[in-house]
Design a protein around this ligand. Sequence first.
Ligand code: ZN
Ligand code: ZN
Length: 286
Amino acid sequence: MNLRSGRFVLGVLFFCGPYFSNKSFVAHRCAQKSAQSPVGLGNPVVHKLEPDVLAITGLFHTAVGRGFSVNAGIIRTDRSVIFVDSGMTIASAQYLWHLAQERMSGGEKFYLILTHHHSDHVFGMRVFKDKGAQIIAHKGVKEELENDNGRYKSFIAEKMGWDAKKADEILGDVIISTPDQVIENDETIWIDGDEIVLLVTPGHVSDEICVYHPRSQTLFAGDAIYEGSDLNVSFGGPDEWREWIAQLERLKKLDIRTIVPGHGNLCKVSEIDRNIAYLTKKLQAN
Ligand SMILES: [Zn+2]
Ligand SMILES: [Zn+2]
């Protein structure tokens, strides 16, 4: 994250929750934390899309009080584990790690693909980095996150009105690092013969990528697609929203069985139309 960048300062950013101005916002998963849940875990739900493809919804989000959470994914190949987004906290990331670890036989390679640079998708990265994971993201993520030195975490803590102790308690020992491999354009990577398609889909932010897994027909959409809630359009203006619509039109053409949105429940391609309609309405109102 670059604190000097206009994107950061003007973005009012801190996380990419939805606008809550619209009363129609649906809180699909209110936090009913069990006594056993570690602080910062949320109420994760594991969806087995294929025996080796998991979607995890309901992970902790700083807007948890408003029924908001964040999602992630895990794809296992013959000899590797690919994580899509890290959750917002160390507790969430450790949960994802342990989930994958149950099926590990040893000697696997690990990858963490970040859909974009926002805290709710990257703050758990240290857990995977510590395990030797190769981190892959858009070039813009590297620019946003380099030379962090704890600033992003402090920024979130300040926005939430937390002192350092509370931030540590909830977020954990967040250590931001920069991606090991960056892309600028769509790219297909093959991991143990499994095809992983990285699609550059700017709109929500300019460094947004979607992860498409053809074998399971799964689209891990990050914040290119919101399910059931208003979209957070606050990081751009009409030009970005138009671009966002164009990207959504492109995503619609994929052969998709399941969309794992950045936020909300798993959904189908029809949800893309709702996102397009939302953005179209936003454009008309401007
Ligand atoms: Zn988000
Ligand atoms: Zn976001």
